[in-house]
Design a binder for this molecule. Structure first.
Ligand code: ADP
Ligand code: ADP
Ligand code: ZN
Length: 216
């Protein structure tokens, strides 16, 4: 299955995308993760992306599309993928259609995670991420067993620089302006599945599976 996770920052794209990918045995590809790794390794891409990310702005389409296009050509994507954080603009969505056409594939569905704005701010300000393996926690909703340490690998948990209140508000505005038009793009193509993502993590996952016809 070739799926896209759509939704504002904090809606649970990473959390649900990871669970879904494991369930379907396909890779979970998050552009934010790719950029954060590049920033950490201080590659040319990382240096370019960092300026935008710290401001809560989108990295320019041509940079993002090149990276995704390379990643989707990797052999592990043959069976499908869960894309998270891409596309974020209508331009990127059109580029994705082109990439898939070139690979002889097409999108099977787009999962739209809907959550109220005030809930998003609470989720983002409490989000903690493992520096080593990228696993995501929340100080109140999904705390690690040992404070500040990753359950999976023991790595140090940190707060993303762009999860500070001011940048969060900027990111939510950018989402509304640049990413919401995508909902129309995919609705018109009959691909959009809207999910109430304000519920518990397990409940949201069950609803997604049902939407995809995988419920028990
Ligand atoms: P996104 O990738 O869309 O930005 P994340 O999956 O990183 O969102 O989730 C944002 C934060 O909210 C994380 O700290 C995560 O643990 C927490 N979270 C995700 N889904 C839920 C949920 N359904 N209920 C409560 N907290 C959640
Ligand atoms: P969140 O999980 O909060 O939705 P991400 O980790 O997906 O955030 O993205 C973090 C930042 O990385 C974005 O604010 C943006 O600067 C950059 N980024 C990630 N994906 C894209 C994309 N598809 N297009 C442009 N910028 C992106
Ligand atoms: Zn870890």
């Amino acid at each position: 299955m070739h799926l896209v996770m759509l939704g504002p920052p904090g809606s649970g794209k990473g959390t649900q995308g990871e669970m879904l990918a494991e369930d379907l045995q396909i890779p979970h590809i998050a552009t934010g993760d790719i950029f954060r790794r590049a920033v950490k390794e201080s590659t040319e891409l990382g240096q370019k992306a960092q300026l935008y990310m710290n401001r809560g702005e989108l990295v320019p389409d041509e940079v993002v599309v090149g990276i995704v296009s390379e990643r989707l050509r990797e052999p592990d994507c043959k069976k499908g993928f869960v894309l998270d954080g891409f596309p974020r603009t209508v331009g990127q969505a059109k580029a994705l259609d082109e990439i898939l056409l070139g690979l002889g594939e097409k999108l099977d569905g787009v999962i739209l995670l809907k959550v109220e704005k005030e809930v998003l701010v609470g989720r983002l300000s409490g989000r903690r991420v493992c520096r080593r393996c990228g696993a995501t926690y929340h100080v109140d909703y999904t705390p690690p067993r040992r404070m500040g340490r990753c359950d999976r690998c023991g790595g140090e948990l940190y707060q993303r620089k762009d999860d500070g209140e001011e940048t969060v508000r900027r990111r939510l505005d950018v989402h509304q302006g640049q990413t919401e038009p995508l909902q129309i793009y995919y609705r018109e193509r009959g691909l959009l599945h809207t999910i109430d993502a304000g519920q518990s993590i397990e409940r949201v996952f069950t609803d997604i599976r049902e939407e995809l016809g995988r419920g028990q």
